[in-house]
Design a protein around this ligand. Structure first.
Ligand code: FAD
Length: 461
């Protein structure tokens, strides 16, 4: 029997939740967000609870089929699918539960940032995620999670209090500071390498009305540095992203700017509204302001400004910079002007604040002392212009000296050095040791893959 048929037989009781390419509804569950080469899986299995996750994990391990685990399906590198293999799609394990008394939120594996944010907002609480509500909570949290509350509360992974995990042998364990502490350390930065997280417990922080939104500036090279300098001097309640990008055809941007370079700051001040004006003044003064949409608003309303990239092909390079000097900013603005794709962007995320207060070895996200996370990206329609987009990204990233360190969640094309870019050598060594203990056969490899450390000689003998 072919291995995939063997999996199908083992999970035969999952009526309507085990979809092969000959099943009605397969086209709805097969794709992930990005199109890539379009290669489809052979089978998509949709468990309802941790016990069913364990059964599918055992089936994958024992048959040796190509295997991928999918949450929200947003990985730029399309980790949530695998050609001709088994996809474990966690979306039916959805749901967020909020305990306002303890200020703890529980995200099941299929929960999106949007589901959770809405549930928490009903209690005046939030856990910070990224800039997009459709992203899966565990997928984001296991790699990092940088967004509108990060300088106040840390990365999403800094707010993880505990996890339930199905390991490669099908066992179900808890990980926290008190239980399986090495696994808990590895999960917070090491992505999906160590098992299937079926539940995450997350710290909630009071968050109601924030002062935030979009500031759009004329493409003056000094504006980029001025925004980064303002961020470095701002209190922790201020988080922001800066984009040097081709202006999309959005109705709130002047029509004559559409398709030409602009500088955009997406800001969120989550402190007292009384001081927001003073905190935001240096940002508003960073250049020639074209559009100011910053206003007090309920925290969940901040979302929705990120573009929908479904079905496209992303080229992306990620790294860290200390700042962007005026000549480098001028070069990026020129590069954006002549980019071969409609979407071309340098995305800058100032770090610092609570992110920097976690010790470098406290979690497996170790880039704690870096000033700014930087990503150059171009998005092309599926099947068209991918090579040109990739070449453009490489040129623009080289101009900024991006390289040698990467943010795992933003890696789009993991090469042989991906793990050593994402993790400094001591972190990687520790991750490999945990991997050896919980997944020595590397079942969980459709991710930014950490290879298991070699077994010590005494164990090998
Ligand atoms: C439009 C867009 C905007 C984004 N914005 C931000 C942002 O602002 N900030 C930020 O930090 N990141 C951002 N990201 C990156 C995002 O955090 C990562 O792509 C993340 O890994 C997506 O998780 P997912 O579950 O949606 O994706 P998937 O592709 O389903 O999963 C991604 C990886 O996580 C693993 N995984 C998912 N769920 C589990 C689980 N329950 N247990 C074990 N492993 C699991 C998968 O196996 C896979 O390796 C963005 C991505 C997109 C496409």
């Amino acid at each position: 029997m072919a291995a995939i048929d063997d999996v199908r037989a083992r999970l035969g009781g999952w009526a309507g939740r085990l979809l092969a390419s000959d099943c009605a509804g397969f086209e709805d569950v097969a794709p992930v967000v990005f199109a890539g080469d379009g290669a489809a899986p052979a089978l998509v299995a949709r468990p309802r609870d941790a016990g069913e996750v364990a059964a599918a994990v055992r089936a994958a391990a024992e048959t040796g089929v190509p295997f991928a685990v999918r949450g929200g399906g947003h990985a730029y590198a399309r980790y949530g699918t695998v050609a001709a293999g088994l996809v474990l799609d966690l979306r039916l394990l959805g749901g967020a539960r909020i305990d306002p008394g303890r200020r703890v939120g529980v995200a099941s594996a299929g929960t999106t940032a949007g589901d959770y944010t809405a549930a928490a907002a009903a209690h005046g609480l939030a856990t910070g995620f990224g800039d997009t509500l459709s992203v899966g909570v565990p997928g984001l949290a296991l790699g990092g999670g940088i967004g509108y509350l990060s300088r106040r509360d840390g990365l999403t992974l800094d707010n993880v209090l505990g996890a339930e995990v199905v390991l490669a042998d099908g066992s179900i364990v808890r990980a926290s500071d008190d239980e399986n502490a090495d696994l808990f350390w590895a999960l917070r930065g090491g992505g999906g390498n160590f098992g299937v997280v079926t539940r995450l417990d997350l710290r909630l922080t009071p968050t109601t009305v924030v002062t935030g939104g979009l500031l759009a500036f004329a493409p003056d090279p000094t504006t980029v540095g001025a925004l980064l300098a303002a961020a470095a001097a701002a209190p922790d309640e201020l988080s922001l992203m800066v984009n040097v990008m081709k202006a999309p055809p959005a109705p709130f941007l002047p029509a004559e700017r559409h398709g030409t370079p602009i500088v955009v700051a997406l800001v969120c001040h989550s402190g007292s509204p009384d001081v927001a004006g003073a905190v935001l003044a240096p940002f508003r003064a960073a250049g020639t302001l074209l559009v100011d949409l910053v206003r007090p608003q309920p925290y969940p309303d901040l979302f929705g400004l990120a573009p929908n990239q479904v079905g496209t092909w992303p080229a992306q390079r990620t790294g860290f910079v200390e700042t962007v000097a005026e000549d480098a900013a001028a070069a990026v603005i020129d590069a954006v002007r002549t980019a071969p794709t409609p979407v071309a962007v340098l995305n800058l995320r100032p770090m610092g604040g609570a992110i920097a207060r976690v010790p470098r070895d406290g979690t497996s996200f170790a880039h704690r002392d870096r000033a700014v996370m930087a990503t150059v990206g171009a998005v092309s329609p599926a099947g068209a212009g991918a090579a040109d987009a990739r070449a453009w990204v490489a040129r623009a990233a080289d101009g900024l000296s991006l390289g040698g360190a990467a943010y795992a969640n933003f890696v789009a094309e993991p090469g042989a050095a991906a793990a050593s870019d994402a993790y400094p050598s001591e972190t990687l060594r520790r991750l490999q040791e945990v991997k050896r203990q919980v997944d020595p056969g590397n079942l969980f490899r459709s991710n930014l893959n950490v290879l298991p450390a070699e077994a010590p000689a005494a164990v090998r003998a």
